[in-house]
Design a protein around this ligand. Structure first.
Ligand code: FES
Length: 100
C-alpha cells in the first residue's frame, strides 16, 4: 500500500529528506531527477542514514562509513552486512507516495 507523506517538492535535488511512514522513519533521496525511498536506520548499528553523505546514488553512513546504494538498498561497503529496506516511491501530481 502506498501512503501520501507529503509533496514531491519537499525533497530538494541532490538531498535526502526523512518522512514518517506508518511509524517508521523512511528517507527519500532525490538523485538526477529520480526519487528513491529506503528506511532511515542503518543496518549496522541503527544510525540515521539521513545524516549520511549522498554522492550520486551512493550513501555513506555518518557513523562508521558503511555505504549503501539508494536505488536498491544494497550494501556497497561494510561494516553493515544487510541491505536497508528499499521502498517503492511514486509521484502523483505533486503528491509524494511511499510504500508502507
Ligand atoms: S551505524 Fe551505520 S555504519 Fe555503523
Amino acid at each position: 500500500m502506498l501512503v501520501r507523506v507529503g509533496s514531491s517538492n519537499d525533497v530538494a535535488a541532490g538531498a535526502i529528506r526523512v518522512f514518517d511512514v506508518a511509524g517508521t522513519k523512511v528517507n527519500v533521496a532525490s538523485v538526477s531527477g529520480r526519487l528513491y525511498a529506503f528506511d532511515d536506520a542503518c543496518t549496522h548499528r541503527g544510525c540515521s542514514l539521513a545524516n549520511g553523505d549522498l554522492d550520486g546514488t551512493t550513501l555513506t553512513c555518518a557513523c562508521h562509513g558503511a555505504r549503501f546504494d539508494v536505488t536498491s538498498g544494497d550494501v556497497l561497503r561494510g561494516p553493515a552486512e544487510r541491505p536497508v529496506r528499499s521502498r517503492t516511491v511514486q509521484v502523483e501530481g505533486t503528491d509524494l507516495l511511499i510504500e508502507a
